[in-house]
Design a binder for this molecule. Structure first.
Ligand code: ADP
Length: 420
């Protein structure tokens, strides 16, 4: 039904039958009618449509009719709009409370359909009810303020309870993920271990590179179980990072052998990729304190990304420098680059830039996909060491290949010891 062109009335009411009835009566009188089901919706609609009159049911959810009225009165453009309480609450003090809250009048429910249009017209025409003496008004104002603070306290408590419950559920989820990934990893470790033992046997025929040979198939099982291992580790680490429970050892270590171990490991994965590595300054870096396996993982994620987003024939430069009391490692690739607006978000968990419809799981293939957890884990690990990680890239371009540079800043402790 088209809205009549007359004055606009906002009717706030949670009962659909009452809404339909009042709407029909008002539209028949030529008013345009907007409907709101609760106090918060009423505020939003009133701001938007600037009605000529508001009819406010008092007993509604969330903000009740009194509170919604008080709030409406504090909105500059709505200060003068007549607000009329429509309610079945007709006990002693209800009328006064409605007036104190900011209503201009009071229509009792159930609505008398014959009288209703005249009542509305009267308020439109300027009718305003008043409480009476200043003493009575002051008394009701005090009672109203106390009621408001009481309701506020109830809401704050309900929010605190909901927050505590959410934290409990979140912890259960994190514990479950840690346990589940542990449970899944245990049988996988057996599979990997036994396949490795089988591969030691000289009587296993074939060559790892000979497609379809028993040796190649066993090698494929070994590679696949290692990949699954990494996925479980990633999921587990993100849960620990989320729950602030990632612990890092403080061993003395040198970063150069660590970086070389990561690159060797990845070369094994990316056997078929023609990518050249260049290292600068790593040998001169001082000894640092940290957790070697975790740092291996942090660097692994960054360097495997550099491989994934660099086409064959590209180059990856890994540089180390000491700047005052920090060690600065950069991993620079010749790849597709990262859009400027995404450069912070790529460190968020589950964030992948690519269309997941084209997802192709690989750690080193050109643009092979992942879970979107790698950089989250890297950031968590580096931050747990007191460091920082960020990226610089001129943008994404598959033709021009602007490349990306990941920076890892690592603090030097006062007592790095002698190294190992
Ligand atoms: P995943 O674990 O799936 O590899 P990451 O958290 O490591 O995810 O990376 C998130 C996203 O950041 C990737 O989907 C990719 O779009 C982008 N990205 C990360 N490193 C690079 C890089 N060196 N070059 C281009 N894009 C990158």
């Amino acid at each position: 039904m088209n809205q009549p062109e007359g004055p606009r009335i906002l009717y706030v009411e949670d009962d659909p039958a009452s809404r339909a009835l009042v709407q029909r009566v008002l539209q028949a009188e030529g008013y345009g009618v907007d409907l709101a089901e609760d106090g918060v919706a009423a505020l939003e609609i009133a701001r938007r449509v600037q009605p000529d009159l508001i009819l406010m049911d008092i007993n509604i959810g969330g903000l009740d009719g009194y509170e919604a009225t008080t709030r409406l009165r504090s909105i500059e453009d709505l200060e003068r709009v007549p607000i009329v309480a429509v309610t079945a609450a007709t006990l002693d003090g209800d009328r006064e409370r409605a007036l104190i809250a900011g209503c201009d009048g009071y229509i009792a429910k159930p609505i008398d359909v014959d009288r209703f249009p005249d009542q509305v017209r009267a308020y439109m025409g300027g009718l305003r009810e008043e409480i009476g003496s200043p003493e009575v008004e002051a008394e009701h104002l005090k009672a109203y303020s106390q009621r408001l603070v009481g309701r506020l306290e109830e809401k704050v408590r309900a929010l605190e309870d909901a927050h505590a419950e959410l934290q409990r559920i979140d912890k259960m989820k994190s514990d479950f993920i840690v346990l589940a990934s542990h449970e899944l990893r245990t049988p996988l470790t057996s599979i990997y271990g036994y396949v490795q033992m089988l591969l030691q046997h000289t009587e296993i025929p074939g060559d790892p590179a000979e497609h379809g040979s028993p040796r190649q198939m066993l090698q494929a099982i070994a590679d696949a179980s290692q990949r699954l291992h990494r996925v479980f580790d990633e999921i587990r680490n993100v849960s620990l990072i989320d729950a602030d429970r990632l612990e890092v050892a403080q061993d003395r270590l040198k970063l150069e052998p660590l970086v070389h171990a990561v690159v060797e490991d990845l070369r094994g994965f990316g056997r078929s990729r023609d990518i050249e590595f260049e290292f600068r300054g790593l040998a001169d870096l001082p000894v640092v304190r940290g957790d070697a396996p975790r740092l291996h993982e942090a660097l692994w994620n960054v360097i495997s990304n550099a491989m994934k987003y660099t086409p064959d024939g590209g180059q990856i430069r890994i540089t180390g420098r000491q700047i005052e009391d920090t060690v600065h490692i950069t991993v620079q690739d010749d790849g597709v680059g990262i859009p400027l607006e995404e450069q912070e978000r790529i460190f968020d968990r589950f964030y992948v830039l690519e269309d997941t419809g084209f997802h192709r799981s690989s750690k080193t293939d050109f643009k092979g996909g992942g879970l979107g957890l790698g950089l989250t884990v890297t950031k968590g690990i580096i931050e747990a060491h007191g460091g920082k990680v960020w990226v610089e890239s001129e943008g994404y371009d598959e033709e021009k290949l602007p490349g990306s540079t990941f920076h890892i800043l690592f603090p030097l402790s006062d007592d790095p010891g002698t190294g190992s």
